[in-house]
Every structure is written in C-alpha cells, then in structure tokens.
Design a protein. Structure first.
Length: 320
C-alpha cells in the first residue's frame, strides 16, 4: 500500500473504530464504512462485560497507552459476582482486582461505541454510515459475525435493586451455555444465551426471567424492552489474507466460553492499525497467534466441554 493511499475499513464497530483512531492519529486518510445507521445500533441498550482477567495488564491501562480516553464512556467496575449453581445454590466469586467492567452498547452518548466513535472522528477518520462496500475494496475487515453459532435473548427493565451481577449455569434454562443478570444504576438486564439451536427459544427467556424473579424477589422489575443478538465462534486459519486484516468477530476473535469479545475486538483493531503503520504484512497474523489465540483456544476447549457435561458438570465447575 502506498503511503498516500487511504485505508478503507469495513465496519464501524469497536474493532473498526479502534483501528481507525490509531491510523488517523498517525496521519493516515481513513474511511470507515458501515451498513447500519450508527455505531452501536446492533446492540442498542445492551449491557456487556469488558473482561479484565485474561491478561496480566489492566485493559483500561492498555487502552490509555494506545491513546484512548476511557473516561469518555460509562464503565462500572465489579470484583464480585454471584455464581448460581444448577441446584439454585448461590455462591460468590471474588477477585482482588477489577474482574470486569460493565459497559453499555448502543447509540447513547455514554456508550462505549459512541465514545470510540467520537475519538475516531476527532483523530480525523471519516465514517460513512449506510454505506455498503465490497470486502475486496477494504484493507481492514471489521463487520462482525458472518454466521451464527450462538444466540442470546434478553429483557431490559427498570429496577430499584442496587448494582449487581450474577451468572447462572443451568442446562434447562440455557442449554450448553449460561444466563445472567446485570443491574447498573436502576436499569437491569436478564439474558439467556443458547449455544445449541432450540425450538421456541422465547420460552427459555421467559423461564429464566421467572427464575430470577423468584430468587431475587427485590428486583421489582418494570420491563422496558426485549433485545437479542448472535455470535459466531469459529477459529480462523488466517487473520491476514489477500492483503486484508480480519479483526474482532470477523476474525473469529471471541471468547468461546463466556462470549466476552470486546477486549479482543479493540486489541485486534489496534494490532491491525499498528501493523499497517509498520509497513504491513503477516506480522499481524503472528501477533494474533502469539498474544490472543492461546486464550481463545483455551476458551474453545472449555466451551466444548461445557456443551457436553450438563448440569452435573456445571455443578462441579460452580463448586470449584
């Protein structure tokens, strides 16, 4: 790629915007294309966990080293989580450091999507929404999952309950996967994730909500809306191919066990941009394999086991 050539990015999610910010700050002409109306529209109003345990470094410290302002979006830190066993026993898992930060995805100003978008624009990147481009015309592919390996169904609600988070392992409510409860500043989300294809998937969400209402009686829920999403969990053979860098979910860079993909998305976007600035090539592929792929492979192995062991195995994991 000649020095004066613009960089075209397919996808204005976290990975694409992270790459755009790094490149634009370095003086590159950057164009980001997305078929949606805005960044974050795919997840509008959804709570997600930005995990902080897969690497030794605190992820916010890493983001700040890369030049991102983490104060621009709302993030609520947690060191304790309720872990709900298949027999309804509730225990707590605790971490001496921040285990994860809950952020909101979507188009509101305080979301992580809009914060990274603002920083990309301030750096000089140009974002084109409702813009459909060919993969062959882009250098960075950041357009999210191509297939569907898992689905999630949730309900957002108002509540008077204090901030809280819980993960539940129960093969009857979330076959092969898990459900969770997140409450941040008066707004909650109950979600069930389904790894295996199921008929009448709505019933799993209804039964999961009923379970949380019974076991967390102080929720006092007032439903706002229901949300849904999908994920594609496939380990790619290559991350740099035919001159294109595949980042985030487009590169299969996802936590197979719990679905925590934001750290991988942002990190891979940064790596792609840094590789381009250093003359590009297969260095990106090697960096992904040495830094991100080991933990992804472990999560994939754990997911394969989780999908087979059922509630008896879930109980052993929760007890451990």
């Amino acid at each position: 790629m000649a020095e004066q050539d613009p960089v075209n990015i397919m996808g204005a999610g976290l990975s694409g915007l992270a790459a755009a910010t790094i490149l634009a700050k370095a003086g590159k002409e950057v164009h980001v294309h997305d078929i949606r109306e805005d960044s974050g529209a795919r997840f509008d109003g959804d709570f997600q966990a930005l995990e902080n345990w897969s690497m030794d470094a605190d992820f916010f410290d890493q983001m700040e080293e890369w030049g991102f302002d983490t104060s621009e979006f709302k993030a609520t830190e947690f060191k304790v989580v309720d872990l709900i066993h298949p027999d309804d026993t509730i225990t707590q898992a605790k971490s001496p450091k921040v285990a994860y930060r809950i952020v909101e995805r979507g188009t509101s100003d305080h979301t992580i999507d809009q914060a990274i978008k603002r920083q990309a624009l301030a750096a000089g990147a140009r974002i084109h929404y409702k813009s459909k481009v060919r993969e062959n015309d882009c250098q960075i592919i950041a357009c999210g999952p191509k297939g569907t390996s898992a689905v999630a169904y949730g309900e957002i609600f108002h509540t008077t309950h204090p901030n809280h988070i819980a993960f539940q392992l129960n093969d009857k409510l979330a076959p092969g996967a898990y459900s969770y409860l997140i409450i941040i500043d008066g707004v909650g989300l109950i979600c069930t994730c389904l790894w295996r294809k199921q008929k009448k998937s709505d019933r799993f969400l209804n039964e999961t909500i009923a379970w949380y209402d019974k076991h967390y009686p102080d929720l006092n829920r007032k439903p706002i809306k229901r949300v849904g999403g999908k994920g594609d969990f496939t380990i790619n053979s290559n991350y740099f191919q035919d001159g294109r860098y595949y980042v985030g979910e487009s590169g299969g860079l996802q936590d197979f066990m719990w679905g925590f993909g934001m750290r991988y998305a942002i990190t891979s976007g940064v790596y792609a941009a840094q590789t381009i600035l250093n003359e590009g090539g297969h260095g990106y592929d090697a960096r992904i394999r040495s830094t991100l792929l080991p933990s992804i492979r472990i999560s994939a192995t754990n997911r394969m086991l989780m999908d087979r062991i059922g509630d008896r195995g879930f109980k052993r994991i929760a007890t451990y």
